[in-house]
Design a protein around this ligand. Structure first.
Ligand code: HEM
Length: 146
């Protein structure tokens, strides 16, 4: 059972719908990269991305669509991905994880989400973000990294 206080965002495509569907996710991701561009706290992660983030925007929005229970756009367009493994090519420690989450927190705050969904989404995003950091710690001998 769910109540008005605890919407079942994880069920079916409820999260995808709460995020405003594909156009809502495109806006979230556009704002995410906008914050990353502008916020001094984000410089540490901005430096990891290419100058032109238009492709990265589409990839992240596509991924979030499926991840939130909507259409699996990333798989359709780009194939399979393991988020922790994919990110082992960069060095992601606590500072990078927190800077990335900071951008998401700011971007989420710019959306017309309910406070419940805003809080839920950020909490969910912390899971893969932390996983990325942990997987890196587990394989310290990545090629090309000290
Ligand atoms: C923990 C902090 C994170 C950092 C520092 C980080 C950094 C990056 C960087 C530098 C790229 C490459 C962009 C490009 O070259 O175009 C990228 C791509 C991507 N990231 Fe992250 N990321 C983080 C967390 C996450 C999380 C939590 C998710 C999923 C919820 C995610 C999903 C993706 C996806 C889907 C891509 C595109 C993959 C592709 O190129 O096909 N990232 N990330």
């Amino acid at each position: 059972m769910t109540s008005a206080q605890e919407p079942a965002f994880g069920v079916g495509d409820a999260s995808f719908q709460a995020a405003g569907g594909e156009s809502g996710l495109q806006q979230l991701v556009a704002d995410f990269y906008q914050v990353m561009e502008e916020a001094p706290q984000a410089a540490i992660v901005r430096a990891m991305y290419p100058d032109d983030v238009s492709e990265a925007r589409d990839r992240l929005a596509s991924f979030l669509s499926g991840w939130l229970g909507g259409p699996k756009r990333y798989a359709e367009k780009y194939g399979g991905i393991s988020i922790p493994q994919f990110h082992t090519r960069w060095q992601v420690g606590e500072a990078e994880r927190d800077a990335w989450l900071f951008c998401m927190e700011q971007a989420i705050a710019r959306q017309p989400y309910t406070p419940e969904f805003a809080e839920y989404l950020l909490r969910q995003l912390r899971v893969p973000a932390e996983r990325i950091r942990q997987v890196q710690t587990a394989c310290p001998a990545r090629p090309g990294q000290s």
